[in-house]
Design a protein around this ligand. Structure first.
Ligand code: SAM
Length: 283
């Protein structure tokens, strides 16, 4: 099978699921990440044949795409703020909205002269912690997650991106034994109640870790409450908490923040025009 025949095959097999430009993007990404073939090769050498082994790998990838498995899990990697991260189905695929949260933290600490300690709660792939450590060397970054398999991958990602992050296994809902003073807290915790499942795409619902996505209908702000309670004790005066949030709970979250009597906050919209981030400052 030649390059051009394979692309035609992909277009035909995926046309009910994806737009043609998406199919072409997926095809090029697969060629590059599986075989290190540049995307220009399809135009320059359309009649080059894939080897039998390459053909089988492509067919395998196509089957996964037909079952709506995210491309990032098929190739095992993704980009976040131009850094490359390994991902597998134990970790959430980093989102562009989260890149915006990281951008807000960096914007506020541009030209930072002294060291500041920063904790990422619910680190997953480590994308927030690692990008912040990479882009602001004066951040001393720690990151926690409840799932040790996730932490192993986050650790590999830190090594791959050549940064130091102190990872530890902790439960956000039981932080009584975690005493670390922090200047900054950042978190993108689970925030989707089960009632939103109906609006979610199958590729997310079937493949991404439910531990990373869901909270109970009864107490959707449970993670925020626990992190704010931690901050009440361990965040330094004038320290910041940056949260990614579910816009649906903005009102309740604001009331929760104010109920602590030590915090003020500002909100920010994401590229889609939804209030997706909060910056909270302690007195
Ligand atoms: C929405 S994901 C965010 C992952 C990553 N920070 C990102 O932005 O892509 C939430 C993370 O919280 C972790 N998590 C879920 N419950 C937790 C708990 N009780 N304590 C600590 N981490 C938890 C999940 O394993 C997951 O990695």
């Amino acid at each position: 099978m030649t390059y051009i025949e394979a692309r035609t095959f992909f277009r035909r097999e995926l046309k009910t699921l994806l737009e043609v430009n998406e199919i072409d993007f997926y095809f090029k990404t697969l060629l590059h990440s599986l075989f290190n073939i540049e995307s220009t090769a399809i135009a320059l050498d359309p009649n080059t044949n894939f080897s039998e082994d390459q053909k089988q790998q492509l067919e395998e990838a196509l089957k996964h795409l037909q079952k709506e498995k995210p491309l990032q899990y098929i190739i095992g990697s993704t980009y976040f703020r131009e850094l490359s991260f390994r991902v597998n189905p134990a970790v959430l695929i980093p989102r562009p909205e989260t890149e915006e949260l990281v951008a807000w933290v960096l914007e506020d600490h541009k030209g930072l002269k002294q060291k500041k300690s920063l904790i990422d709660f619910g680190t997953g792939s480590g994308c927030i912690a690692i990008a912040l450590a990479k882009e602001q060397p004066n951040f001393e970054v720690s990151a926690i997650d409840v799932d040790h398999t996730v932490l192993e991958l986050a650790h590999q990602n830190a090594t791959h991106n050549q940064v130091n992050v102190a990872f530890s296994q902790q439960d956000i809902l039981r932080l009584d034994a975690f005493y670390t003073k922090a200047h900054i807290i950042v978190s993108n915790p689970p925030y989707i109640p089960p009632s939103e499942q109906a609006e979610m795409k199958p590729n997310v619902l079937q493949y991404e870790p439910h531990l990373a996505l869901f909270v109970t209908e009864k107490d959707p702000l449970i993670f925020y409450r626990s992190i704010l309670a931690y901050g009440e004790v361990h965040l330094i005066s004038k320290g910041y908490v940056y949260f990614e949030i579910n816009p649906r709970f903005l009102g309740e979250l604001k009331s929760l923040i104010l109920s602590f009597n030590v915090y003020s906050f500002e909100e920010r919209k994401d590229i889609f025009g939804k209030v997706r981030m909060l910056r909270i400052q302690k007195e």
